[in-house]
Design a protein around this ligand. Structure first.
Ligand SMILES: C[S@@+](CC[C@H](N)C(=O)[O-])C[C@H]1O[C@@H](n2cnc3c(N)ncnc32)[C@H](O)[C@@H]1O
Length: 262
């Protein structure tokens, strides 16, 4: 399978990118369709305009984000990733049912801003993003300038800094699509960040929900642990959905989960 990074054949990607900058012209992508690979093992071949090829692991986010349009082409367009739109939709739906307007969001594991854009398109004020790699911040500013007023970088964020940001910017939603759990933001780090949010805030996540995954169990354990506190977190949306297809064509299912802090 191959796709081009230039011309009419990338119409789908261009639509998905909305305000993002056009992809670099001329590169092509060939997915490695070897069956049975875990998500962290998936790879593709990037063929540069000069004919040179580069094998890239999909989870080498730093490399993927450094090529404009590559993340959208591979993940959003070819692998049909639904997590960004699904998490944004679920958050807005939950808040709407409670009559809550004017959410101000922190996008955790924000990458180059695909989720932030989905949130903004639904009326959420996207204030801050964060990611583990600096290339994500560079790509977000490059592809969606002005979307994030603040963009923190770190595998483990400074909780005091986040607490200040939540307070000063009056943040009321912590959102993470495909960014929490094994190989991503650890659940205990998520718990610390969620602690920084005031009562009435929303937590909106998409989490791997395959048979081998324990991310849902871990996050639900984290939420259950708040039950006896002054401000327990109550789950208001919990739905399975098709997150994306694997490079081999298998459907991958995640859970979208929204909780509100009472
Ligand atoms: C599957 S991508 C999703 C990106 C974005 N949320 C989206 O849906 O388009 C996972 C993101 O989580 C980031 N990430 C992984 N570990 C992280 C950590 N410990 N802290 C913050 N971000 C992390 C990765 O760099 C990557 O940008």
């Amino acid at each position: 399978m191959s796709a081009t990074g230039s011309g009419a054949r990338v119409t789908g990607m261009m639509a998905a990118m909305a305000t993002a900058r056009e992809p670099a012209a001329g590169w092509t992508v060939e997915l490695d369709t070897t069956p049975g690979r875990r998500q962290a093992q998936e790879e593709f071949l990037l063929r540069h305009p000069d004919g040179e090829t580069e094998r890239i692991t999909l989870h080498d986010y730093a490399r993927v984000y450094s090529v404009p349009g590559l993340y959208e082409d591979v993940v959003q367009r070819r692998l049909e990733c639904a997590s960004p739109a699904t998490v944004a939709e679920a958050l807005v739906e939950a808040a709407g049912e409670h009559g809550v307007e004017g959410l101000r969001a922190f996008d955790l594991g924000a990458g180059n801003g695909v989720v932030g854009e989905e949130l903004r398109d639904r009326g959420v004020t996207v204030v801050a993003g964060a990611d583990g790699v600096p290339e994500a911040r560079e790509a977000a500013h490059r592809d969606r300038p002005g979307l994030y007023a603040h963009y923190l970088v770190g595998e483990r964020l400074d909780v005091e800094e986040v607490t200040r940001l939540v307070r000063d910017e009056e943040l009321t939603a912590l959102v993470a699509a495909g960014a929490v759990g094994a190989g991503h933001v650890p659940v205990d780090a998520l718990a610390q960040l969620w602690d920084a949010f005031p009562p009435g805030s929303y937590l909106a996540l998409t989490l791997a929900a395959g048979e081998q995954d324990h991310d849902v169990t871990d996050v639900e354990g984290m939420l259950a642990a708040t039950a006896d506190t002054a401000h327990p977190s109550r789950t208001v949306v919990r739905r399975r959905f098709r997150h994306r297809v694997s490079m081999a064509g298998t459907e991958l299912f995640y859970l979208v989960l929204v909780a509100v802090k009472e």
